[in-house]
Structures are given as C-alpha cells and as structure tokens.
Design a protein around this ligand. Structure first.
Ligand code: IFM
Length: 812
C-alpha cells in the first residue's frame, strides 16, 4: 500500500513546524538536515539545522554565576535557502517573498516518502490584491543522498497556472547559523562557527567555508544552481544563468525568470558538504567544489539515491502490518538516516537525539544499548564501528578511572569527541527557572551497557577478530573497574557499589544527604556482576597468544581474575516487601500522592521539575522517572535473569519478578521515552494485560511528541530503535547463542503478524514470518550452510533454499 511508506503533513501550523522538521529530517549517516522550509531563513516557527556526525565544538558560558563548559554537535551553515517572489513589472512592484506564513498561501502539504528517501513540499499561492487572483504553485523535492554521503539536492518547480510574468529567485548558502534550537540552552553560548568565507566559482557554483571556533574543524559547502524554463514550444529547456551576490556570511545566486502557463520554471540546487574530519580529503573546500562540479544532474542523483535506499530497505527489512507498521517504518527510516553503512567509515557514536536536533548536544549516552541490538542483525559493520568509537576512547576512560582512584575503564555518562565526561554540571529547570547541580555523571552503569553491547555483538556475529582484541580489552577493563569499585561489607559478606546513580535519574542522593549518589542500585549491581562473569568467560576462551599479549599490555595479572570470580558471585542486591529494591533504602522513602499530582498537573512525566519548582525533590519519594530494576527484564531473557540471580545466591522466581514489575509499574512517571519501551517489552514478555499500552506509548512517543515538545529538539533514537528490536527480539524471543537462533515467541495480539529478514553470522536473508499460531522460518538458497533454530525443546537445521513452519502454542 503506497500510503504505508509516506507521512503527510497538511497546512502550515507554526506551533507544529519544528516537530515536523524533526520528523521530516533527511540524512545519510554522515550528515542530516532538518525538514525546514527553504523560504524562511529563521524565525520562531522554523529551525533549519544541518549536523555532520561527530562534528563537535566546545564553548564556555557563564550561568547562575558559574562558568560552564559544554561540547555541542554544531549546527552547520544552512544549505536549504531558496526563496521566490513575483518580479516587478512596469506597473507593479515585486511581491513580498512568498513563504508558508504568507497570507497569500492557499495550500501547503509536505510528504515524507520513506521508500524514496525524499521530502516533497507543495505550496500554492495567489495574489489577493489582483482582481484576476493569479495562482502560482510550487513543488519542491529534497534529498540527502544515501549513496554519495556528501551530496544533497533540491529541485523546485514553479508553475504559473493562469498568469504570465517573471519570478525573482534566490538560492543561498547561509553561514549565520548558531546553535539555538533548544530553549533551555538559550543562556549558553551557541556561536560555534567562525572564519566564514564566501565565494563563487564559474557561472553556477557558490561556496561557503568556515571553521568551528575551538575544535578547529573546517567545514565547506558548495552549491550548484541550475535553472531553466521550457521554451515557447513547451518542450525545449532553456537554461537561465544566475548571478552571484556574496555577503560576509552568505552566498546567493539570484535570477529572474519569465514564467507563463505551460512554461514551468525548474530550479535545481545541488550541494556538497565536507569537513576536515572526513577521510580521504586534503582540503574540505576543494573537496566540496570537486564533488559538486562532478555531481550529475538532479534526475540522475534522484535515481541513484532511490536505488541506494532500495538496497538499504532490503537489508533492514521489518514489515509489520497496519498503523504500528507505518510508525515502525518511520522509526527505521530515522535510525538508518542517523546510522547507515556510511557510519561504518567514521569515528562516531550513537547520538541520543539522532542528527535531528540539538537536545543533549548530540552526546552519546547508554542509549546505544537500545540501538545496537537491532543493527547487529542487519548492519553488523555499523555496530562494530560504534563499538570502535568506544574503543578509541578507552585510554581516556582508563584515565578517568585512575583519577577516581579506581582501576580499569570508567566510561563517561555523556561522551562526545574525545571521550571525556561531557555530562553537564548544572541543568536548568524550566519550571522554576533555577539552575541545579547535575549528578548524572554518577551513572557508571553506562560501562556495563558498553560491555553488554560488545557481548551481544559477539553472539550475533561470531566476529572473533574484534572480540579477541578490542572487544576483550574493553570487557576486561570495564570488569576491572567494577572489581575496583566493589566495597566488601564484612557484616553482609557481600560486595556493594555505593554512591552511584541508576537509570532512574530521579534519585541522585538520599534525602538531606551531603553527598550525591545512592547505594546498591540493583540494576548497577546485577549488571556489574554480569559483566565480571562475562569478562571471566571471555578471558577463558581467549586463545593463548592474544591473551598473553593483551594481559601483558594492560598489566592484568591472572590472580586479579580470582578476585573477579568472587565478586561476581557475591554482589549485593537489596530487597524489601517481597520485591527487588531499586536501591538500598528505596522502600523507606515516602509514598507519593500520584492521583493528587495527576489531578493537579495532568502530565506528570517530569515530576522532578514539578517537585523542585514546589521546593521539594523526587529524592524523598518512591517515584521513578523510568524503568530501573525492570531494565533487568529488558536485558536478560527469563532463564538468563534467573541464572544471574542464582549465581549471586538469590532466588528470584517468577512470582517475585512479577511482584517487582507490578510494584514499579505503580511508581514510575515515564519521564523518558525509554521507559515506555522497556515497560512494553517486559510486560509483553510476561504476557501482561497492560503490555500494549506501553508499547503504544513507545511507538507514539515521537510521532505524537509525548514528552511535551521535546521531539522538536531531536528524535529519541533509543526509543525508535528499541521499538524495532521490540518486534525483532522482544516478540520473537530471539536469542543468538551456541551457534543457534533460539526463539520463544510472545506476540502481542495488536502486533501478531510481521516479517523480518536477518543477517546472522555472515548469512544474509534469514526470514522469520510470524502469524497468529504460526512461525515460518526460511533460509535463502544463496546461503552456504543450514541455519540451526531452536524453540523450547525442539530444534531444526533449516537447509539453504528451504522453509520450516512451526506451530505455536495456542494464543501465540
Ligand atoms: O540516556 C537517557 C536517560 O536514560 C534518560 N534521559 C535522557 C538520556 C538520553 O536519551
């Protein structure tokens, strides 16, 4: 169905434009551009933004009497501007520039076509001052090339429906951009670009170059403008030459073109973007000019762009019927625009908000935990590159650990260009206007997320070249950090991790405590124990020479491993009232009047801001921002979770786990999009009646902007990718271990039919088709060997070119 691949936005609604811009962003893993209007060079309704993956700059600001330093993903010069108006005639001055906000606008429709990777904008104007009400229609197609990652293009076609005259056109490169896309950051310095230079080359090429102020990344754009109209015979295109106007920070092509019914005017803008961070580039300006002057015409570019997308869709395949399927495809589109095969050649991590806006400054958090699981089974080379981003920053993480009197690697909660801790030290509560201390750097569980990703990547790919070298080194250094952070409590005869912050950011200290952090966060402790156990397992299988070489290089002695073994079996997990405690003392905190707060405020997702504005704090209450203990049920399938607890000497049976799920379900405000996802996943696996409610929340968090306007500042990449994985692994129960694809379906009635194509250990096109009561497994004929599947106590080797239909227990 064609509509399954398109998202349509009708009319011009100033309050919604920025949200649409995020959702209509086009990108290719190297760079992305928000779906902003080309006619407006700014203003409150629009926020043009172009971001190159990994292009950061650091600036100092002064807020609340303090000096703060922030590193931001930089908003680069805007390549979009293209504006138009009806040119003056002998008896009439030129019209105003025509924009979607203009009163002469009759119609506005934006269509995001996921299959083709294009954004088409259709606008229709009239001149109300003229008695004959002439009409001008404009169709504009935009692409950010998926095959040639440094190219973008814009084709604009103007049709005079019932008048003749001329159009004035201006196509520009605009270097006046700043980072101003997030209201909360407005008091911070956003002027990242300097040394702007503009120029023109030959009759049809403009150039603009600049550099980030402190990181010194040089950026260059070049734009080729091609315009023509059809001649009087309606067929012969006649090229129209532009002339260049160069400003200090802008470069424009200007042209005036006659137009008449049956003689449309077409303007193509082909743009190239390079930075000095690019591989295989001598000078970015020279590279951009070279690229733009060798780029083919628009029609050919569109063809090769669509072909590149077709190849991507084939590898990414995940087909779900109905509206959930349409949303999932949009999520997949944005994941692939942020992290594509082009990413594999770059030194970049997973930006939590995509390349779609400036929230969280383009930083890299633990959110990659929700992203790599999907990529592992489609684009493993991209997963590997993202893990290599972490590997290159391992020395910095080791130094951070040493500075904190720990051993091993302490990865930062927020990472940017060089891997230092980028978490802010102050954050603004927009409700109270107060700047508050930020202790999120105590979320050391980010290290376990990296280790978890390495382990799962290894299971999905059997990539021993990575696992026995960089993967092992990171695993061992993260395990070493945990071993050095563990405090032995002789009274409890257990190891404890104290002074941390768990995934639930509402608890960063005990009420009234002078120091930040809480003790024995169950998620942190259990995942730390898991990391230690997996590191030992990996150390065990490392072949002799690489093992010796690695141990020697990182100074790891064999007897350290004995200590890890002990810790991995005796980490403490607190319990209260028959459930796992989120941390020591959680059960003693006050109960919140949830109904009262809901009644008073309606949306209480950001309860932390509400309470702080009232002079209170979430630290006093049994109130969690997002899934914390329940994250364990997201990371570990039931058997593995039970085994993890068993190894620690705790009996966590089904009843205790269910009681734990219910307990936190009643005490969570879901102030992060990750929360709905994790709850949906955990409840779906437990076949809980409320599962769909949370899955739906995760599915709609960006398209319906559920977190109160935050999608306009960038999409939530973790939740988007997580919903793909919810189908891929959550509903199928898919696990990749022991050379086997293990299945344990728990389909939701609302998501009971879907198709997946996986790439597993170098084998492409492995198919899983789920229907109510039935699962069809297929292995393409092109495969070299059979693939082993298991479900419960049944197992099959499915040969190349064959299928296996598996009946599922009733209700599945
Ligand atoms: O990593 C998340 C965190 O869990 C909740 N706050 C936002 C971060 C970035 O997405």
């Amino acid at each position: 169905m064609p509509e399954d691949w398109t998202w349509e936005y009708e009319g011009w609604h100033p309050a919604e434009e920025r949200l649409r811009e995020s959702l209509c962003t086009l990108g290719n893993g190297y760079f992305a551009t928000r779906g902003a209007a080309t006619e407006v060079f700014g203003g409150p309704a629009h926020y043009p933004g172009t971001y190159v993956a990994g292009c950061y700059n650091r600036l100092v600001s002064h807020v609340a009497g303090r000096r703060v330093e922030n590193e931001d993903l930089v908003n680069l010069p805007n390549w979009l501007p293209l504006r138009y108006r009806v040119a003056e005639t002998e008896d009439r001055p030129a019209s105003a520039w025509l924009t979607p906000a203009n009163r002469s606008l009759l119609g506005y429709r934006q269509t995001l076509d996921l299959r083709r990777g294009t954004l088409t904008r259709r606008l229709r104007f009239t001149d109300r001052h003229r008695a004959d009400h002439p009409h001008l229609s404009v169709e504009q197609v935009r692409l950010v090339h998926m095959g040639s990652p440094h190219l973008a293009a814009l084709r604009t076609t103007f049709t005079a429906e019932d008048w003749s005259g001329s159009l004035d056109l201006e196509a520009a490169l605009d270097g006046r951009t700043t980072n101003a896309g997030v209201e909360r950051y407005r008091q911070l310095n956003g002027h990242h670009l300097g040394r702007v230079r503009t120029g023109a080359e030959g009759p049809d090429i403009l150039r603009l170059s600049c550099a980030t102020r402190t990181s010194g990344v040089r950026i260059a754009l070049a734009a080729r403008t091609e315009a023509w109209q059809t001649a009087g015979d309606g067929e012969t295109p006649v090229a129209v030459a532009p002339w260049a106007r160069l400003g200090e920070r802008t470069a424009s092509h200007l042209l005036t073109v006659p137009i008449a019914p049956g003689q449309p005017v077409v303007v193509d803008k082909i743009v190239a973007l390079h930075t000095s961070r690019d591989p295989a580039v001598s000078d970015p300006e020279e590279a951009a000019l070279y690229e733009v002057s060798h780029a083919p015409a628009f029609a050919e570019l569109l063809g090769s762009h669509e072909a590149a997308w077709e190849r991507m869709w084939r590898r990414a395949e995940l087909d779900v019927s109905g509206e959930p399927g349409r949303i999932l495809r949009l999520h997949l589109f944005h994941v692939l625009q942020t992290l594509s095969p082009h990413t594999a050649g770059l030194d970049v991590g997973v930006p939590a908000r995509g390349l779609h806006g400036e929230a969280y400054r383009g930083h890299v958090f633990w959110d990659e935990l929700f992203v790599l699981q999907y990529l592992n089974l489609h684009f493993p080379e991209v997963s590997r590159a993202l893990l290599d981003y972490r590997y290159r920053r391992l020395p910095r993480a080791c130094r951070a650990a040493r500075q904190a009197d720990r051993a091993g690697a302490m990865y930062p909660w927020q990472s940017g260009s060089d891997g230092r801790e980028e978490a802010q030290t102050l954050h603004l509560n927009p409700r109270s206007g107060r700047w508050l201390p930020d202790h999120s750097h105590l979320q050391h569980h980010v290290g376990s997320a990296i280790a978890y990703n390495i382990w799962r990547y290894g299971q999905a790919t059997a990539d021993t070249e990575f696992m026995y070298t960089r993967g092992a080194e990171m695993m061992l250094q993260i395990a070493r950090f945990w071993a050095s952070a563990a405090e032995y409590d002789p009274a409890m005869r257990r190891y404890r991790f104290r002074g941390v912050v768990g995934p639930d950011e509402y608890h960063d200290a005990y009420p009234g405590a002078p120091e930040p952090g809480v003790d024995d966060n169950a998620y942190t402790n259990v995942t730390a124990a898991w990391v230690l156990a997996r590191a030992l397992e990996l150390a065990e299988v490392l072949p002799g020479p690489p093992r010796r070489e690695l141990f020697e290089r990182i100074g790891l002695a064999e007897d350290e491993l004995a200590g890890w073994e002990d810790i991995s079996r005796r980490v403490r997990v607190p319990f209260h009232a028959g459930v796992i405690s989120q941390f020591e003392g959680y059960g003693e905190l006050a109960e919140l009047d949830w109904d009262g707060y809901r009644e008073r405020y309606g949306d209480i997702r950001r309860l932390d801001r509400i309470l702080e504005a009232e002079g209170d704090t979430t630290n006093r209450y049994q109130a969690s921002k997002q899934a914390d203990v329940l994250m364990l049920g997201y990371l570990f399938p039931p058997a593995e979770l039970a085994a993890v607890f068993q190894r620690l000497g705790y009996a966590v049976d089904d009843a205790l786990w269910r009681a734990t799920v219910d307990y936190y379900l009643r005490r969570t405000s879901h102030g992060s999009t990750l929360s709905g996802l994790v709850h949906g996943w955990v409840l779906a696996r437990a076949r809980h009646a409320d599962a769909w409610k949370y899955c739906l929340e995760a599915l709609t968090s960006d398209v319906a902007d559920l977190q109160g306007g935050t999608t306009a500042e960038g999409i939530h990449l973790g939740a988007m990718a997580g919903t793909l994985d919810l189908v891929q692994r959550g509903l199928t129960g898919l696990e990749t271990r022991d050379d086997t694809l293990w299945l344990d379906p728990a389909p939701l009635p609302e998501l009971s039919e879907f198709d997946l194509t996986l790439r597993y250990r170098g084998q492409w096109g492995i198919g899983l088709r789920m229907k109510p009561g039935q699962l069809l497994i297929s292995v393409p004929v092109s495969n070299e060997a059979p693939v082993r599947f298991a479900l419960g106590d049944r197992a099959w080797n499915v040969a190349p070119g064959s299928e296996r239909v598996v009946a599922l227990p009733t209700g599945e």
